[in-house]
Ligand binder design. Sequence first.
Ligand SMILES: *[C@@H]1O[C@H](CO)[C@@H](O)[C@H](O)[C@H]1NC(C)=O
Ligand SMILES: *[C@@H]1O[C@H](CO)[C@@H](O)[C@H](O)[C@H]1NC(C)=O
Ligand SMILES: *[C@@H]1O[C@H](CO)[C@@H](O)[C@H](O)[C@H]1NC(C)=O
Ligand SMILES: *[C@@H]1O[C@H](CO)[C@@H](O)[C@H](O)[C@H]1NC(C)=O
Ligand SMILES: *[C@@H]1O[C@H](CO)[C@@H](O)[C@H](O)[C@H]1NC(C)=O
Ligand SMILES: *[C@@H]1O[C@H](CO)[C@@H](O)[C@H](O)[C@H]1NC(C)=O
Ligand SMILES: *[C@@H]1O[C@H](CO)[C@@H](O)[C@H](O)[C@H]1NC(C)=O
Ligand SMILES: *[C@@H]1O[C@H](CO)[C@@H](O)[C@H](O)[C@H]1NC(C)=O
Ligand SMILES: *[C@@H]1O[C@H](CO)[C@@H](O)[C@H](O)[C@H]1NC(C)=O
Ligand SMILES: *[C@@H]1O[C@H](CO)[C@@H](O)[C@H](O)[C@H]1NC(C)=O
Ligand SMILES: *[C@@H]1O[C@H](CO)[C@@H](O)[C@H](O)[C@H]1NC(C)=O
Ligand SMILES: *[C@@H]1O[C@H](CO)[C@@H](O)[C@H](O)[C@H]1NC(C)=O
Length: 657
Amino acid sequence: MDAKTKRSLVLLLCLCLHLKTHVCLAADTIDANQSLSGDQTIVSAGKVFELGFFKPGNSSNYYIGMWYSKQLVSLETIVWVANRETPVSDRFSSVLRISDGNLVLFNESNTPIWSTNLSSTTTSGSAQAVLLDSGNLVLRTAGSNANTSEPLWQSFDHPAHTWLPGARIGFNTVTNQTLILTSWKSSEDPAPGLFTLELDPNGSNAYLIFWNRSRQYWSSGAWDANSRIFSGVPEMNHNYIYNFSYVTNKNESYFTYSVYNPKTISRFVMHTSGQIQQLTWLEISSQWNLFWNQPRKQCEVYDLCGAFGSCNEVSTISCNCLTGFEPKLQRDWNLQAYSGGCKRKTPLHCENATSADGKQDQFLKMVRMSLPENVQSVKVETIAGCESICLNNCSCTAYAYNSSGCSIWIGDLFNLQESTSSDSQGITLYLRLAASEFKSPKSNKGLIIGVVAGSAAGIAILLGLIVVVILRQRKRVTGTGKAVEGSLVAFGYRDLQDATKNFSEKLGGGGFGSVFKGILPDSSVIAVKKLESVSQGEKQFRTEVSTIGTIQHVNLVRLRGFCSEGTKRMLVYDYMANGSLDSHLFHDTRPNVLDWKTRYQIALGTARGLAYLHEKCRDCIIHCDIKPENILLDTELGPKVADFGLAKLVGRDSAGS
Ligand SMILES: *[C@@H]1O[C@H](CO)[C@@H](O)[C@H](O)[C@H]1NC(C)=O
Ligand SMILES: *[C@@H]1O[C@H](CO)[C@@H](O)[C@H](O)[C@H]1NC(C)=O
Ligand SMILES: *[C@@H]1O[C@H](CO)[C@@H](O)[C@H](O)[C@H]1NC(C)=O
Ligand SMILES: *[C@@H]1O[C@H](CO)[C@@H](O)[C@H](O)[C@H]1NC(C)=O
Ligand SMILES: *[C@@H]1O[C@H](CO)[C@@H](O)[C@H](O)[C@H]1NC(C)=O
Ligand SMILES: *[C@@H]1O[C@H](CO)[C@@H](O)[C@H](O)[C@H]1NC(C)=O
Ligand SMILES: *[C@@H]1O[C@H](CO)[C@@H](O)[C@H](O)[C@H]1NC(C)=O
Ligand SMILES: *[C@@H]1O[C@H](CO)[C@@H](O)[C@H](O)[C@H]1NC(C)=O
Ligand SMILES: *[C@@H]1O[C@H](CO)[C@@H](O)[C@H](O)[C@H]1NC(C)=O
Ligand SMILES: *[C@@H]1O[C@H](CO)[C@@H](O)[C@H](O)[C@H]1NC(C)=O
Ligand SMILES: *[C@@H]1O[C@H](CO)[C@@H](O)[C@H](O)[C@H]1NC(C)=O
Ligand SMILES: *[C@@H]1O[C@H](CO)[C@@H](O)[C@H](O)[C@H]1NC(C)=O
């Protein structure tokens, strides 16, 4: 490199650095003569947290928020929001600055829309805002010692939905200030939602989750100061990460916590699902790991699904609208924020006689439902009488009749839940709907069958096409093997001999044969297991192999194909870059190769893989030989169980020996 190039390189670097100082206010502080706007941010001294404008998801609104610095947590994770309810749309013409001793956000038309709201008497001197490494944004008198002087204002006193180590949940009896967590409305709207976590306002020391600050649906139970756990959270006994403490005096009562290992990145979140979640950052997989959440069951969250919604514990989508209803705010439902509830597709006859075919409303029978809120009982002797009472009152939306009599519901139905089929609990509810919602089954049957048959045929053709396309691609990619049974590749012996350089690189040997590393022509890396003492004929071998091939799970090693030529029998698997667990546990001399978080994840993943193998897949297989040698680790140290289903391939005798 000549001197000239060097010079221009230095020049370029300087330019970049110069540009960077424009984007980033150099420091962790907003001084009286500074302001923050556009994509400028401040970063705490130890580069833990960053503060600036952000946009949640696909929303077009901008908020002042705090997140972990990207060096620490690569996923954008907002922990605090200033202007939760007053977003701006143009962050470049909005400005956050010190004004009259307060930190104030001004919108596009220079109107203050958020402020630290201190009266001017408390802020006589000039103030500055400092972002601390704890995630606390502090307003203090300029030049004062941050270590000793009380802050004028701090974000820890105004928590949003995240509880960071060192922050408090509780209340101050002098100022009447409450420190509570409030969920976001949805993943795209940080405005306060319905769910809160707070300290028992009656002063007993437990924390509680509320719906709309009125209805309690979960409690931690009382705090036991000796064992330092909550009575309702016995799993805290095994907690080796968090150190909780409870402080109470005549001025204030609060819970706070710290993490034993200061390197642990951890947070509590009051989630939009109404569950309190405890998450830790897993550097290895670059994701947040859900450590703990409550209430365990999604449907225990009070009125999760809103009016005329019903909660379902089994399906992945927790909320559905009842028959005849549709989401009020489809966009929110897509974001899994269900509390807006559902609205009628067709108005009732009693509400609007013209739009409901002029026919009387009818009742839809719904079995195994939980009782909705706000039931009223009526003294009637028969189910017909019960129905008639409901039908004759336009506000009546549902009724039920059983041994204890007639129950009716007036107005919107809340907190409905479908019982699982195994669970014989639940009542039969009759839901009022417009007559047009009841299609005559006879006239539609032919049509329905036609549609079903038609779409089934369509799907079959489509699937056929997809399979053909996949087969063709597979052939082209591997160039060697023949595809069989749609998902497995039948390799020739020569192909595998070439791929493994004549079985030269041995990875290991198990009870069923040795394993070799190989590289296919498409440069994917494989592990080839040469089976010994296979007693089965080719046909039976292929049948068994195709069964194993259908078993697929993230925590099970994937079978890619096999080879069956003459007496030779081989299995071809994905190659696992990090080898087996035992090599890390027992043979790795480097210290701390697997930290506790990773070990925990490996245990969890292995259990998931086994649970799938034992219970969830179509042809269940009992592993019988689970040990560290059979737990392989992928590039991200994710565990994959290996060597399942082989006992059936090799003879019973040799498997038993
Ligand atoms: C901002 O104010 C600080 C202290 O009041 C001062 O040291 C600094 O020079 C000022 N910066 C500018 C750009 O005026
Ligand atoms: C955001 O928009 C992208 C592109 O339009 C879309 O793929 C994605 O699903 C949207 N995300 C959400 C949460 O709506
Ligand atoms: C700024 O905020 C004020 C008060 O909320 C509002 O009336 C005004 O329309 C906002 N300006 C813009 C450009 O949104
Ligand atoms: C500041 O005070 C005003 C009026 O007292 C209130 O409307 C506003 O919500 C407060 N803002 C904050 C951020 O507390
Ligand atoms: C505050 O405390 C930290 C560590 O205890 C120390 O490094 C720093 O110098 C202190 N700051 C002041 C202004 O005293
Ligand atoms: C706090 O609340 C109590 C009761 O609601 C009230 O009597 C008292 O004046 C309040 N104190 C302050 C500082 O607002
Ligand atoms: C607080 O105490 C009152 C009166 O004893 C009771 O009605 C209320 O349910 C209690 N609140 C909670 C959250 O326990
Ligand atoms: C929650 O409480 C507020 C104030 O008490 C009320 O205006 C609002 O309608 C409530 N929301 C729901 C969904 O009940
Ligand atoms: C747990 O926190 C309390 C209160 O902050 C502290 O006194 C105690 O030493 C901590 N325990 C450990 C093991 O760090
Ligand atoms: C309570 O507050 C008063 C006044 O702010 C203060 O003097 C006192 O020391 C506080 N008591 C405790 C136990 O913190
Ligand atoms: C009744 O329904 C018809 C047709 O949908 C509509 O035009 C009319 O405005 C509705 N009347 C009332 C009172 O809702
Ligand atoms: C419907 O029933 C409710 C509750 O029993 C009652 O308050 C209301 O007056 C009734 N409405 C009519 C129109 O009868």
